[in-house]
Write a protein that binds this ligand. Structure first.
Ligand code: DCT
Ligand code: MG
Length: 476
């Protein structure tokens, strides 16, 4: 092992026991260096992991906290060590140096923390006047604090305390950069004075960071609860300063579905009790059989898996002998017309294709209101709640594959699809297919040949998968 670092004193930052730090320390030792662990000695070379500490202010703060003589400390990126070892020679430190412009004396603010000293209002008023509001940064952070507190629903007095403090600072042309100075000013209390000290020490307020962080998360969750709002829209709403659903409802750029999502926000974010789904099934079946008694209606999704509650109602619609989507579409269109007539239809979120997504509400009727659990009824209006309903139109020959697909859960589906793939097959909602490779297959996707679509059990069997009852498919 070469001794390329003979005579060097290294101090590692971070000086922790992480694997990477330990490995690098060992490498340094093996290559002749000495590693100091506690106080920095003269001529120490500080090796900083720049992946962890990216800003100079971060590093300065940490170096301030290490005891010892830092007068001739050199600060290098740890990659210098790594690269030197890789090249088996001491590399020039050019390009690896980190210039911290270190203060060799403790800074004036530090001295103040160590030896608190009473400051008088007179001293502040006699201090040099700095043009352009020297307390702007402090005021801005306190303002943000006030705003966050307001959103949080803190009592008005707390918010007012911030406003009073900001008002005082705006009228103070001297720099207020410590707890002591802040405390003697009129209208600034203990808690805000401590925050001013913190701003001076760290250029931030920890509580504010936390609030803004969690506040952002709270808003993301709130906005993503709107149907058809995902991360992109939710983040945009936050960037635009939206704080409430009411703010969102005033926007003029919402999509139709987002408007429905807002309208039924509360109902669509609740789970639907199983007993209620049974009533929906009975109701839709009633309408459907008035149109075509041969149509089969099955509720799939979490309901078929036996769950006590569901996020939506997944109706699988098929008819013996009918394999054409357009015939099924005609039937479901007539169902939709009837639903509009009876008031069950609240909104459509898609136009009718091989599926339909929408919102439905049971009309008030003696015969089934008694079957609904209390959670199904809006306590202030007495109406049944509006629910998300899906119609999935299935060619009869695909019934089994569609039942597998629309029963789920999604993790179970992923697993069986993977099993199919491993056997050179494809499973989707239309069937289990065998991949047929022809001479053209190099340039094109393989042809798919239907193996089984109708029989759910047969599909399991062909895949070599043990039959699972729907309630055994709730995995992951
Ligand atoms: N599905 C899937 N992959 C997805 C989404 C859905 O395979 N990414 C399948 C499995 C379930 C079925 O479609 C119905 O979907 P959802 O209604 O979203 O799921 P669920 O299991 O019924 O759950 P929930 O109670 O939330 O409706
Ligand atoms: Mg569902």
């Amino acid at each position: 092992m070469s001794s390329i670092f003979k005579g060097f004193l290294f101090y590692f930052l971070p000086n922790n026991t992480s694997t990477i730090t330990r490995i690098r320390k060992n490498l340094a030792l093996k290559h002749g260096a000495s590693v100091v662990e506690d106080a920095i000695k003269a001529s120490t070379c500080l090796l900083v992991d720049k992946k962890i500490y990216q800003t100079e202010s971060q590093i300065v703060k940490l170096v301030d906290g290490i005891p010892g003589d830092k007068t001739d400390l050199s600060v290098l990126n740890q990659t210098w060590l790594v690269d030197s070892i890789a090249n088996e020679k001491l590399l020039s430190t050019d390009g690896y140096k980190i210039d911290l412009q270190m203060e060799t004396e403790p800074s004036p603010k530090k001295r103040k923390i160590q030896q608190p000293r009473k400051v008088t209002l007179d001293e502040i008023l006699n201090a040099p006047v700095i043009p352009n509001n020297p307390n702007a940064e402090t005021m801005s952070l306190l303002e943000q604090m006030a705003k966050e507190r307001e959103i949080q629903g803190e009592n008005r007095f707390k918010t007012k305390a911030y406003k009073t403090a900001i008002d005082t600072l705006s009228k103070t042309p001297q720099l207020i950069d410590s707890y002591e100075k802040a405390k003697v000013l009129p209208g600034i209390g203990e808690s805000i004075a401590l925050k001013i000290q913190e701003i001076n020490d760290t250029s931030s307020i920890k509580v504010l960071d936390q609030l803004q962080h969690s506040e952002r998360n709270r808003l993301l969750a709130l906005f993503k609860g709107i149907y058809s709002v995902g991360d992109t829209f939710a983040s945009k709403f936050i960037r635009d300063g939206m704080k409430t659903l009411e703010d969102i409802s005033r926007r003029e750029d919402l999509t139709t579905n987002q408007k429905w999502g807002l309208k039924f926000y509360k109902d669509w974010n609740e789970r639907i009790p199983r007993e209620e789904i049974e009533v929906h099934k009975e109701y839709v079946e009633g309408l459907m059989h008035g149109i075509d008694p041969e149509v089969e209606l099955t509720v799939g999704g979490s309901y078929r898996r036996g769950q006590a509650t569901s996020g939506d109602i997944d109706f699988i619609i098929t008819k013996p002998g009918v394999n054409s989507f357009s015939v099924l579409k005609d039937i479901v269109q007539r169902l939709l017309d009837k639903m509009i007539e009876t008031g069950y239809h609240e909104c459509s979120l898609t136009t009718l294709s091989s599926k339909w997504l929408g919102g439905c509400r049971l009309p008030i009727s003696e015969s089934y209101m008694s079957k609904l659990p209390p959670k199904s009824i809006n306590s202030s209006t007495g109406d049944p709640k509006c629910r998300r309903v899906d119609f999935l139109l299935i060619p009869y020959e695909s019934k089994g594959a569609a039942f597998i697909y629309f029963t789920g859960n999604d993790d179970f589906n992923k697993r069986v699809r993977k099993i199919a793939m491993d056997r050179g097959m494809v499973l989707n909602q239309l069937g289990l297919f065998k991949k047929i490779y022809t001479e053209d297959s190099v340039s094109r996707d393989p042809e798919l040949e239907l193996v089984e679509g109708f029989d759910e059990r047969k599909i399991f069997k062909i895949l070599g998968v043990k039959w699972r009852e729907p309630n055994e498919r709730h995995i992951g």
